[in-house]
Design a protein around this ligand. Structure first.
Ligand SMILES: [Fe+2]
Length: 300
């Protein structure tokens, strides 16, 4: 292999998190040293930005699979393109034309504008998501990210102690979606799980708040009281000082750590501009300690 190791540069983009990884073609064969650099940067910076990648689905799946196996998406109105390993975030139909704003897929995707962590409603929550830009609108359609690790670390010690040990109930459906007809009943029931409110990265021991739209109640608290606390924590994590806004460029790929960040889509003129991004979701492991060392380099 002619790839030269250790040529990667990591450039921090925000005071608390987010780094651009420069000098890597994610679609090309990769040396172990390069992958290690990316893995370590991912754990440290929480969000990695790769410019000029131009993934296709095959290369995106191959790169994402280096970190762990990929989640298989559940087919629902917001994910009807390919309920396999790729989720398509778009305002376009399969014919490439604009979808009407009242189309079920559009109604569903608009809910991505709530702060959330992908797949937090699964028993083994996602490690990471990788979103690659295929069609980018000239205006708007950014993705906002919040560091729930920086937010946790900024809390007073006594507040941290009060949150330690709390367990939240996460649902796949958002709070106002209990009657959503798009989901199968068995999927809705299967995706009600619990996770600690404070989540620890096993690689570096750093804690983060694990909240967002799917976290809806606190075990052992009256539902309204738990919901209020979780809303407060999500609002706290998503204050401007903890937020990075990614303005998409053609060829961008962004990989985020779902264990310690929240994200949301932002609006754009859906009747005027086309937007299409493809997501792979990298599964977590149970227990988290399975990731205490560098993963097994599935790509060889
Ligand atoms: Fe998401």
């Amino acid at each position: 292999m002619s790839t030269v190791a250790n040529r990667i540069t990591i450039k921090r983009l925000h005071p608390h998190f987010v780094a651009e990884v420069i000098g890597i073609d994610c679609s090309a064969p990769m040396l172990r040293e390069d992958f290690r650099t990316i893995w370590e940067a991912f754990n440290e910076h929480q969000i990695l930005v790769f410019r000029d990648q131009h993934f296709n689905d095959e290369s995106q799946i191959a790169f994402s699979s280096m970190f762990n196996q990929l989640e298989t998406m559940i087919a629902h109105p917001g994910n009807d393109w390919n309920p396999g390993h790729i989720s398509v975030m778009t305002n376009l139909g399969k014919d490439g034309e604009f979808l009407p704003l009242d189309h079920p897929a559009m109604v569903h995707r608009a809910r991505n504008e709530e702060w959330h962590s992908d797949s937090s409603f699964k028993p083994i929550a996602a490690l990471a998501s990788l979103l690659s830009a295929r069609i980018v609108p000239p205006l708007g359609g950014n993705t906002d990210f919040a560091s729930a690790r920086a937010a946790y670390e900024a809390l007073p010690v006594e507040r941290r102690a009060a949150l330690d040990g709390l367990v939240a109930l996460h649902r796949m459906t958002h709070r106002d979606m209990d009657n959503d007809q798009g989901y199968k009943e068995e999927d809705k029931k299967r995706h009600i799980v619990t996770h600690p409110v404070v989540r620890t990265n096993p690689v570096n021991g750093r804690n983060a708040l694990y909240v967002g739209a799917h976290a809806q109640e606190i075990v052992g608290m009256p539902p309204e009281e738990g919901a209020k606390l979780l809303d407060e924590l999500t609002e706290y994590c998503t204050q401007p000082q903890f937020v990075y806004r990614h303005a998409w460029r053609d060829g961008d790929a962004v990989m985020w750590d779902n264990r310690c960040t929240l994200h949301r889509a932002t609006t754009f003129d859906r009747t005027k501009y086309k937007r299409k991004l493809h997501r792979t979701t990298i599964a977590g492991k149970a227990p988290d300690t399975a990731f205490a060392v560098i993963p097994g380099m599935h790509a060889g």
